[in-house]
Write a protein that binds this ligand. Structure first.
Ligand code: FAD
Length: 399
């Protein structure tokens, strides 16, 4: 039985927030330990914000904050390839910069050469107005020390108001050390970024196991830093022919001062094969499949559709499928054109990872399963029968 989704409009670019607005809290209203009473979660020196939220705690921003201007996005480049999350962040950064009436800058760091030049021109195409470029052979492979030093010096010289990085392995490593050396606040794994009425960055992220959304402000320090996971923000449209200014910046470091040495590079061939986050079609299974053997029904359908496959967290915890295939809050965020969820209940922690999909088809025996509240189409029935029937039907149609 296929039933169209209830009439609510398609979720906007910030999927997880729409259904639970009443659960949203600001960090200032989160319970705090007595020693935290003097500040917000990201800024312990800020005077306590009164109950009732940030609106009632408006204050003049310190004068020296005026030196900090523009929105920056760190362009993550590894072995010549830019991580797509950087373009997604330029799309989001563009909105923030327009709201503030400032410029959007790309920060491009790497060895001099064609790849660096391409990353700069791609940054124009995805919305940057200018690019700060640190071109140095020491930045050939990612190492925390030279990247932190270069970016730290650049921030202290050119003073951005907001600095965004991808919540990738590299981005998380760099963001943490940079926020520490700059002594500023960092909000990690954000699902929504907005500009507040006093021009502060309102960075929202799930908390308490994904059951609450917390909006965090960095009130007393600059820049305001945030990381966002791949696929959480929509990919911006590429505009050919755009260009901008290049501002070169030196890396004042020599190899002898870097403690980490790259001896060799061994590509991780296994995890490179799993590109769930960027697949156009994803079929996933949950505990409703009953056991690991039945996952073949999921992989068969994914294969016929030319898509990829994943699963809910308990299927990973039980060892039915590998960890890199987990979808959801503590797994991958996906944004496919089609997502088929079989035997998945639709818990909030799963939902936040899939709500960006263009179309969600849920298969579940329980007509009251939560997943039907946000799926576009639902089939109430046994996944063990419906999955092979779909595979057969698509096989006949597509061959
Ligand atoms: P269940 O909740 O057991 O649901 C199984 C569903 O299958 C039911 O709806 C049932 O009606 C249906 N069913 C049963 N038999 C059939 C059948 N034959 N055919 C069709 N349907 C059938 N979960 C994630 O998925 N990803 C995460 O990243 C994640 N992170 C988490 C982080 C934290 C901090 C916490 C606390 C939890 C997290 N979870 C995550 C777990 C999450 O809360 C749920 O427990 C989990 O998503 C449930 O998995 P499930 O839907 O496969 O299983």
């Amino acid at each position: 039985r296929a039933r169209p989704r209830p009439t609510s409009p398609k979720p906007p670019s910030i999927p997880c927030l729409r259904p639970i607005p009443s659960w949203r809290v600001t960090s200032s209203s989160c319970p705090r330990r007595p020693e935290e009473e003097q500040g917000t979660m990201s800024d312990t020196k800020t005077p306590a914000v009164p109950a009732g939220g940030r609106a009632s705690a408006k204050k003049e921003l310190p004068d020296h904050f005026k030196d900090y201007k523009n929105v920056w996005v760190f362009i993550e480049m590894e072995r010549g390839k830019v991580h797509t999350v950087s373009w997604e962040l330029l799309g989001e950064g563009r909105k923030l910069a327009d709201k503030l009436g400032v410029e959007l800058a790309a920060v491009v760091m790497g060895p001099p050469g064609a790849d660096l030049d391409r990353a700069i021109s791609d940054s124009w195409a995805y919305g940057a107005d200018l690019a700060y470029v640190i071109a140095d052979p020491l930045l050939t492979d990612y190492r925390n020390q030279p990247f932190t030093k270069g970016l730290n010096d650049l921030v202290n010289t050119h003073k951005p108001e907001i600095l965004l990085l991808g919540a990738s392995t590299l981005g998380r490593d760099l963001a943490g050390s940079l926020a520490t050396t700059l002594k500023t606040g960092l909000t990690a794994d954000c699902t929504e970024l907005a500009i507040d009425s006093d021009n502060s960055l309102a960075a929202t992220r799930p908390t308490f196991g994904g059951t609450l959304l917390c909006t965090i402000y960095t009130l007393n320090f600059r820049p305001q830093m945030a990381t966002v996971r791949p696929r959480v923000m929509a990919m911006p449209e590429r505009v050919e022919g755009r260009s901008g200014r290049v501002i070169p910046f030196p890396l004042t470091m020599v190899e002898e001062n870097i403690v980490t040495k790259i001896l060799d590079f061994l590509p991780d061939l296994t995890s490179n094969k799993v590109n769930l986050a960027y697949a156009d079609i994803v079929v996933a299974g949950g505990m409703g499949l009953g056991g690991p053997a039945n996952f073949k029904l999921v992989t068969d359908l994914a294969q016929v559709l030319g898509g990829d496959f994943g699963g809910s967290r308990p299927t990973i915890q039980k060892g039915w499928i590998p960890a890199e295939r987990q979808i959801g809050q503590t797994g991958k965020t996906i944004r496919p054109k089609l997502y088929i969820a079989a035997g998945i209940s639709g818990a909030i922690q799963h939902r936040v990872g899939v709500e960006g999909a263009d179309m969600i088809l849920a298969i579940n025996t329980d007509p009251n399963a939560t997943i039907f509240e946000f799926a576009h189409y639902g089939i109430v029935g046994d996944a063990l029968q419906i999955l092979p029937a779909l595979t057969k039907a698509f096989q006949e149609r597509l061959t």
